[in-house]
Write a protein that binds this ligand. Structure first.
Ligand code: PGA
Ligand code: ZN
Length: 405
């Protein structure tokens, strides 16, 4: 037994300058601290990130109702501890405590347990799942939507190297990010080009212009580095689904036309992955789209699944998507996150472990992605809170010695 002796919560900054929480969990043998990220384009079925009253109310709930209950518990019993968090909260969506308080607490348990066992977090998680493997970094290079007002309607234009260890692929993505900036500056010589919430470039261009630039930058960097880097999208389509149609700046199209449009983009730009191409309730539309792409392109559900085992099972049952985005704070505990990964992998679907647009330097998702054997990790291409995870992947690669890709 490795008993929890002390817990602590504090308010810290996230990358958007908003308050978030950090939770610390100490035992006689070890210590763990974790910070929670937060989303801007959140799915309606996610747990509530914070209770009414925000971060302060969440911290008050923790101090009054949670902290003392954890003392004396075995930090190695992750499932029991996560269950306790849920039962203390008492709602089915963490609306009393806030999913962000819960997830910081839950990941701090795991970090504290790994520290007590003197093993890296990914090995502790890998021990729980038996699947450790290095993920492919998926990084956004142009951004729009909710993350960058004034940019494209599509939220994220990303790139991913199809194979290679993180010590090579993270540099490939960063090179594409830089080449994209050069191409944008050439195309818009007099315009200011900024960055969105996740470090991707923001410019007043169309979706197709952005794809042309990302596709040609990927091709050039692939030739220069020998990596096979391909473009990808997170359309975050629920954000522009209005009155039953998909409303772009330059066109309004029906759900059927949206499926055709997505297929056209996949074929024209040889996309390796498209996340949230349809709105978050359209399981049937996802099944139709997925049946038309087969395994040629990953169709990833984020707002559709919200890391929720019930929604993932519903999707798997009808063949909606072939991949699932995994965000621990969407569901609130590490146990529920690992359960979501397990049913996804068992169905032959791939997982992509993901950051949020509002992040912290917490590195846990790099360990979760490697520990569960996720196919990919979406965590940006550049920026302090993003490279915190990317650089950790390089360290994990060294620890694994050689990797398994
Ligand atoms: P969010 O966006 O973190 O703002 O929700 C990321 C995404 O949609 O994948
Ligand atoms: Zn998304």
């Amino acid at each position: 037994m490795t008993l929890i002796e002390e817990v602590n919560i504090r308010k810290v900054l996230d990358s958007r300058g908003n308050p978030t929480v950090e939770v610390e969990v100490a035992t006689a043998e070890g210590f763990g601290a974790a910070m929670a990220p937060s989303g801007a384009s959140t799915g309606v079925h996610e747990v509530k990130a914070l209770p009414k009253g925000g971060v302060d109310a969440g911290m008050r709930f923790f101090n009054e109702k949670v902290g003392d209950e954890l003392l004396g518990m075995d930090v190695l019993d992750q499932r029991l501890l996560d269950g306790l968090l849920k039962s203390i909260d008492g709602s089915n969506d963490f609306s009393k405590m806030g999913g962000n308080v819960a997830v910081a607490c839950s990941i701090a348990f795991a970090k504290s347990a790994a520290s007590a066992l003197a093993i890296p977090l990914y090995r502790y998680i890998g021990g729980l799942t038996g699947q450790a493997q290095l993920p492919r970094p998926l990084g956004n290079v142009i951004g729009g939507g909710r993350h960058a007002i004034g940019g494209t309607d599509i939220q994220e234009f990303l790139v991913m190297a199809q194979s290679g260890p993180p010590s090579k692929t993270v540099f490939g993505n960063a090179l594409v990010h830089r080449r994209v900036k050069e191409k944008l500056a050439k195309k818009l010589p007099d315009a200011a080009i900024g960055k969105g919430d996740e470090g991707a470039w923001v410019a007043a261009i169309t979706n197709e212009e952005a794809l042309d630039i990302v596709a040609s930058a990927s091709k050039e960097i692939s030739q220069e580095t020998g990596l096979d880097i391909r473009p990808a999208l997170d359309m975050a389509a629920s954000e522009f689904f209005k009155g039953g149609n998909y409303v772009y700046k330059d066109k309004t199209i029906s759900p059927g036309e949206q499926i055709d449009y997505v297929l056209e983009l996949i074929h024209k730009y040889h996309l390796c992955l498209v996340e949230d191409p349809l709105e978050q309730e359209d399981f049937g539309g996802y099944a139709e789209l997925t049946s038309k792409v087969n395994a040629e392109c990953m169709i990833v559900g984020d707002d559709l699944f919200v890391t929720n085992t019930h929604r993932i099972k519903e999707g798997i049952g009808i063949g909606a998507c072939n991949s699932v985005l995994i965000k621990p704070n969407q569901i609130g505990t590490l146990t529920d996150t690992l359960d979501a990964v397990e049913i996804t992998h068992r169905a032959g679907y791939r997982t992509v472990v993901s950051h949020r647009s509002g992040e912290t330097p917490d590195q846990a998702i790099a360990h979760i992605a490697a520990g569960v054997g996720a196919y990919a990790i979406k965590t940006g291409a550049v920026g302090g809170e993003r490279i915190a995870k990317l650089n950790e992947l390089i360290r994990i690669e060294e620890d694994i010695q050689g990797g398994i890709l």
